[in-house]
Design a protein around this ligand. Structure first.
Ligand SMILES: Cc1cc2nc3c(=O)[nH]c(=O)nc-3n(C[C@H](O)[C@H](O)[C@H](O)COP(=O)(O)OP(=O)(O)OC[C@H]3O[C@@H](n4cnc5c(N)ncnc54)[C@H](O)[C@@H]3O)c2cc1C
Length: 329
């Protein structure tokens, strides 16, 4: 591990100032960052521990929606009554199946989570390259992207909450790098697919901090997340889908379908949404939406099996959101 300075600010302004000064990295609960620092996969001059910044905690009703501070734990999100009408978020927490992660992992840490790609985690960089070659392309790519993989990035976005939050139309607040600078942007615009090693997985630039997530009102909407996991215990999904539907007289008025763990960013499926609008959700329609969602998949040499899993995730998320998911399908 390379040596680095440790700073523990008490306010957002102090955190932004510390982050802006020089090559610094945000530390939340550190579950993912600490192992990466230990292995020198992430190198930094300063770690800025934001755990004492009270303004980054809390879940509040604001402007007809709900604002969630990035230090909220995954369990805070699952248990808060203000979020009871957003069941797709609770689904995510239930899928994690590890009390330590649920009680310590933070929303910010999940949203900014670096890829689980084994080439990245073995020190080959985000794009996993060696001697000018893409290791995911020529090597073991069974857990890699089946969408958005035409460029050099083949990893999948690691965030478990992002698909559900994006399907709800969430916005995120970013503070910095100037002392009073802040902006809100749709969560889907927070993610980017890196084209070179200089780019990150989010649009955050040095000196910026993710501070809050805002969710619009859940009125008249239903939602669910369905994750396909290989193991019963602590595991990352092979594929997931989040659905948020606005229903009117039993028919879908609006639909937002977002897939997770299948592309370098959370992956919108506009074609699946098109299949649904104007129709009542039936098992047949859910199947058709799943098929549409994967119609443009471009699997790599060893991950074609993920296409079927993504299709099934969409189908089951739709059936779950409309209380029609019974046992295996
Ligand atoms: C051995 C182990 C196995 C795990 N396995 C799983 C698993 O199978 N499934 C699962 O879902 N989780 C797993 N986790 C937990 C995982 O680390 C979490 O998803 C957790 O939510 C990360 O939150 P954190 O607060 O610990 O993030 P940290 O580790 O503190 O941060 C994660 C990343 O986000 C950045 N970051 C954090 N907050 C902000 C912010 N506000 N602004 C900008 N950047 C920020 C950090 O710089 C870092 O790059 C595992 C953890 C461990 C230790």
């Amino acid at each position: 591990m390379n040596p680095f300075e440790y700073a523990q600010p008490n306010t957002e302004a102090e955190a932004v100032a510390l982050l802006a000064e020089r090559g610094s990295t945000v530390l939340a609960s550190g579950m993912d960052l600490m192992p990466l620092l230990r292995k020198s996969v992430v190198e930094t001059e300063r770690v800025v521990d934001i755990s004492r910044v009270e303004s980054l905690r809390g879940i509040e009703a604001v402007g007809g929606g709900v604002t969630i501070g990035v230090l909220s734990t995954l369990e805070d999100i699952a248990c808060n009554p203000l979020l009871a009408d957003y069941p797709s978020l609770k689904d995510v927490n239930e899928g994690i199946r590890a009390i330590q992660v649920q009680q310590n992992g933070t929303l910010g840490g999940d949203l900014c989570h670096l890829p689980n790609c084994w080439y990245f985690r073995s020190g080959y960089g985000l794009l996993g390259r060696e001697n000018g070659k893409s290791l995911p392309e020529i090597g073991d790519n069974r857990y890699h992207a089946i969408f958005g993989n035409a460029g050099p990035a083949k990893f999948v976005s690691a965030s478990r909450f992002a698909p559900a939050l994006i399907a709800w139309g969430a916005k995120v607040r970013i503070a910095g790098p100037e002392p009073d600078a802040e902006k809100w942007l749709p969560l889907e615009e927070f993610y980017q697919t890196p084209k070179t090693e200089r780019h990150g997985v989010t649009v955050l630039t040095p000196g910026q901090l993710l501070t809050h997530v805002w969710l619009p009102s859940a009125e008249n909407k239903v939602s669910a997340t369905y994750e396909v996991l290989e193991m019963e215990g602590l595991d990352w999904p092979l594929a997931s889908a989040a659905a948020t539907l606005e229903l009117e007289a039993g028919r879908v008025r609006t639909a937002t379908i977002v897939l997770g763990h299948v592309a370098p960013t959370p992956w919108f499926s506009l074609v699946a949404a098109d299949v649904l609008v104007g129709q009542p959700v039936t098992p047949q329609l859910a199947q058709a939406a799943g098929e549409a969602a994967v119609s443009e998949a471009t699997p790599l040499s060893e991950n074609a099996y993920k296409v079927r899993l993504a299709q099934t995730s969409v189908k089951r998320a739709l059936l779950k959101a409309t209380n029609q998911l019974e046992g295996g399908l």
